[in-house]
Design a binder for this molecule. Structure first.
Ligand code: GLN
Length: 491
């Protein structure tokens, strides 16, 4: 039966042949949501009554035989650092208290043009800084596979919502792994498109040279469908690519045979848990048994990627976050009697500890005495990473790595050690540094928890990695194999 458990593609077909009503899917999705939300806490806001009204309108349109866009009626959740006009954007921070964006993000505009049903705004680490949602100033979201564990981050709410069946697809943002890492932890598909492929207009900026919006879904087809809807040039974002966007969904062609895969040995040694590595090797061997070839390659600069990131990302964040000053947006501390104290107290009270750590690091590495020693050097290292990838793509069609070095960790496990948290992104950060597209797909279980396989492509090879992911999906049948216990909890 076609329900909220189905993919967007299946739902779209059922809406069109009228075997299922949008209103029935929306009603049953909220019934299920009400059961699982207390254990997962994916959302910061939900739009239950609005979605019901919208569903009725859509059903009437479908009944009249109108031709509606492919995503019409599909329930989609949006990370709460992406603007939806007229409802709060919190970035899971206290400093945005009371802020309601007067405009839509471009991705929201494009989804609304497709008549999607926006279910709500999902939880994240404050300003997308973190790998577990534990830095949210509201609450931590939990992993639908094991609620004593984190869903990953920073887009943990968006990943958990799709994995728990509280949305069919969702949007996240990825600066150093924030879509792919939670996708891997929650056993769903998560894609970071090529830098510039999707407009960042209306996404609250963290590190502007790295940020990119992308989809979460349970199937590769759905990721392609959402990417097709949101990608393409936008005059509001100066870094948006003028290159024509592809019809990722209709052009999807599962590809495995003849594929040349490079596996960087820097991300395939002792830094990866043996249980995770075993699943990734099994996935690579499955591809090999079906006509692909894989071999280990050297990409020495990848070892420096995390260090480089923790100079460049905080540097950009310190500049981007200077706009939150108690004057222009959200929270203002009312107790100050002069301007300087008002700035200090508003920022001091409004930002959480991880955000403050990044602002301090960023301000330091950009300060005149240290700029060359840190920031300039990091930019040079970034060039080496770009070069290593360019070199690898001369020989290989795609690069594959484990998405994360371990499966989802326990709540609080990395609380006292930010460095351990930062290392959750060793395999995802290099991709942002080089601006490349990458997708994480579920490939196995370790200790009963999902393991992600990361497929990286050359710049604007978004279609290519979707094709490879679709090929792997055909072989491994992961959408039917990877359903979280919470997804199955309602009849
Ligand atoms: N976990 C990384 C960080 O804390 C990446 C976050 C992201 O991609 N937004 O910065």
């Amino acid at each position: 039966m076609t329900t909220w458990r189905s993919s967007a593609v299946e739902l779209g077909k059922a809406f069109r042949n009228r075997s299922v009503k949008v209103a029935d899917v929306v009603t049953s999705l909220w019934l299920h949501h009400d059961q699982v939300e207390p254990s997962v806490k994916s959302y910061l806001t939900t739009f239950q009554s609005e979605t019901m009204a919208q569903a009725q309108v859509l059903d009437a349109q479908f009944d009249r035989g109108e031709t509606l866009p492919l995503l019409a009626g599909i329930p989609i959740a949006i990370k709460d650092n992406i603007h939806v006009q007229g409802v709060p954007t919190t970035c899971a921070s206290q400093i945005l208290k009371g802020f309601i964006p007067p405009f839509n993000a471009t991705v929201t505009d494009r989804l609304q043009a497709q008549q999607v049903i926006v279910t709500g705004k999902t939880n994240l680490d404050e300003f997308a800084m973190g790998s577990s949602t534990e830095n949210s100033s509201f609450h931590t979201s939990l992993n639908p596979w094991d609620t004593s564990r984190v869903p990953g981050g920073s887009s943990g709410g968006s990943a958990a919502a799709v994995a728990a069946g509280q949305a069919v697809v969702s949007l996240g943002s990825d600066t150093g792994g924030s879509i792919r890492q939670p996708a891997a932890f929650c056993g769903v598909v998560g894609m970071k498109p090529t830098y510039g492929r999707v407009s960042r207009y209306g996404l609250v900026a963290f590190a502007s040279s790295l940020d990119q919006i992308g989809p979460f879904s349970r199937t590769v087809e759905d990721a392609a469908l959402v990417l097709e809807a949101i990608s393409g040039f936008d005059a509001h974002d100066a870094t948006s690519s003028p290159r024509l966007s592809e019809s990722y969904y209709s052009s999807l062609k599962p590809t495995v045979a003849g594929l040349k895969i490079g596996v960087p040995k820097e991300l395939f040694g002792s830094e990866i848990d043996p249980g995770v590595k075993a699943q990734v090797v099994a996935a690579l061997d499955l591809l090999k048994a079906n006509g692909a070839t894989w071999e280990e390659i050297a990409m020495p600069s990848l070892k420096e990627a995390v260090t480089t990131y923790y100079i460049i990302a905080p540097a950009e964040a310190s500049a981007n976050l200077s706009r939150f000053d108690g004057v222009r947006y959200g929270y203002r501390d009312g107790g100050a009697d002069n301007l300087r104290d008002m700035f200090r107290q508003s920022r001091g009270g409004g930002f959480g500890p991880e955000v403050k750590r990044r602002i301090i690091i960023g301000t330091y590495v950009l300060s005149s005495g240290y700029y060359d020693a840190y920031y300039t050097k990091a930019q040079k290292l970034r060039s080496l990473i770009v070069r290593d990838f360019a070199h690898a793509f001369q020989k290989y069609d795609v690069i594959m790595t484990p998405t994360t070095p371990s499966v989802a960790f326990k709540l609080g496990e990395h609380e006292a050690n930010p460095l351990a948290m930062y290392l959750a992104d060793i395999a995802t950060i290099p991709v942002n540094m080089a601006g490349l597209p990458a997708i994480s797909v579920p490939c196995g279980l370790d200790q009963g928890l999902p393991v992600g396989l990361q497929i990286i492509g050359p710049a604007f090879g978004d279609q290519q990695i979707l094709n490879v992911a679709a090929g792997f999906q055909e072989l491994s049948q992961f959408p039917t194999r990877f359903q979280s216990p919470l997804m199955r909890s309602t009849q």
